[in-house]
Design a protein around this ligand. Structure first.
Ligand code: GLY
Length: 395
């Protein structure tokens, strides 16, 4: 592991001065989400929203995208919160669709199987014991394992397996490997866990720069497994830090801590988190790449902030009271979430509406720029539920 620069947290008083969110505000924000989800259900039926909105509205699609699990995950969160069977009934129909998708291998030749199946099916199994959900999630875990590359010890994100131009990991995958930890626990088979652990180690060794910022993707030599170079796909440039990549790291490191209870993750977590927090603009919601500031006229990525809040909230369980950042991180979570509630939730369409606005899916390809996206919605609702109760993770 390379030696990381540990940036001191700057201007911590701005979080303290912002105060904590009241319980009433969290309740109200969840109610607003439920109203939007209910309205979206009437327009979607058993279909799913597109990954991102266009002119602020999602379109209905079949179960074909890497993002469909976020919608089903939201239905499970709504069910947990309300205990209203209507969410469970629809989520269970989604589970049948996810079982069919993996059995028929429809759009599953990529690493996003964790996003898809942890939120749709592991959730269902944990909440209701649904047997189809367990079966589907285990099949998905097996499919994900097919992407594990011994040479380099990582899970190949996209493209034909073993091909030089696709022989890379991406930081986002830290949220896909919980599916493997779950499969190891359910089956007692150690190979799932071993692949997840190796992938994690490779990611934190190579995808984090010495200044604790994130490379989005990192290439390896397919012949030897030697590390080659960091490259971006969704960030501004190879040497900038894509905001969502940094927040995938924050949550990914916290998840690893949750699975392993090691102490060395604390320093790593603080380094990566301080890098993110030190680049938050005035309203505590990051631009889509951390090189941008309030003078940049660039778009925010509200989803990156929602993901960071969830990761910091999880990590709080493992930071001792004596930790110098524990209190500030708590206030920082509140400041970020309060800003999302106050400034990013306006309803902007009569169509299928996002819970939070102003995300960026992919700036270089012009997809979902300054639009809502379904993972931003999911992590926003997860964050609210985390603030509301002692939430048992689907991850
Ligand atoms: N995992 C893909 C993305 O964050 O856009």
């Amino acid at each position: 592991m390379k030696q990381l620069t540990h940036e001191a947290l700057q201007a911590s008083e701005r979080y303290l001065n912002n105060g904590l969110i009241s319980k009433e505000k969290i309740d109200q924000a969840i109610q607003t989400c439920l109203l939007k989800v209910d309205a979206n259900i009437t327009k979607l039926g058993e279909l799913y929203p597109t990954p991102a909105t266009q002119n602020n509205a999602y379109q209905p699609i079949q179960n074909i995208e890497w993002t469909n699990g976020f919608w089903t995950g939201m239905l499970w969160l709504c069910y947990e919160y309300t205990e209203d069977e209507k969410y469970k009934n629809l989520a269970e129909k989604n589970v049948s669709s996810f079982l069919g998708r993996i059995q028929e291998t429809i759009e599953v030749e990529h690493h996003d199987l964790g996003f898809l199946y942890s939120l749709s099916c592991v959730s269902a199994y944990k909440l209701t014991g649904n047997g189809d959900a367990k079966k589907a999630a285990l099949l998905a875990a097996d499919k994900l394992l097919e992407r594990y590359q011994e040479k380099g010890e990582f899970i190949q994100a996209w493209g034909e397996l073993g091909k030089k131009d696709n022989y890379r990991l991406i930081v986002d995958c830290l949220l896909n490997i919980p599916l493997l930890y779950w499969a190891a626990e359910i089956t007692g088979e150690a190979h799932y866990r071993s692949a997840a652990e190796k992938h994690y180690q490779t990611t934190i060794t190579y995808a984090i720069r010495e200044d604790a910022s994130a490379y989005h993707t990192y290439y390896f030599d397919p012949a030897t497994g030697e590390p080659l170079e960091g490259k971006t796909r969704q960030g501004y440039s190879d040497d900038s830090s894509w905001a969502r990549g940094q927040s995938w790291l924050i949550y990914g490191i916290a998840l690893n801590q949750a699975y392993h209870q090691t102490t060395e993750e604390t320093f790593l977590f603080e380094s990566v988190t301080n890098y993110f927090l030190n680049r938050l603009p005035k309203d505590f919601v990051s631009y889509w790449d951390l090189i941008f500031d309030d003078d940049s006229e660039q778009s925010k990525d509200s989803s990156a902030t929602a993901i960071a809040v969830c990761g910091m909230n999880l990590m709080d369980n493992f930071l001792p009271e004596s930790n110098q950042h524990k209190l500030i991180y708590k206030y920082a979570q509140h400041a970020m979430l309060a800003s999302l509630i106050d400034h990013y939730t306006e309803s902007k369409t009569d169509g299928i509406s996002a819970l939070i606005n102003e995300g960026v899916y992919s700036w270089h390809s012009g997809k979902g720029v300054n639009e809502g996206n379904i993972w931003g919605d999911y992590f926003y609702l997860e964050a609210l539920i985390r603030f509301k109760k002692d939430w048992k993770m689907y991850w």
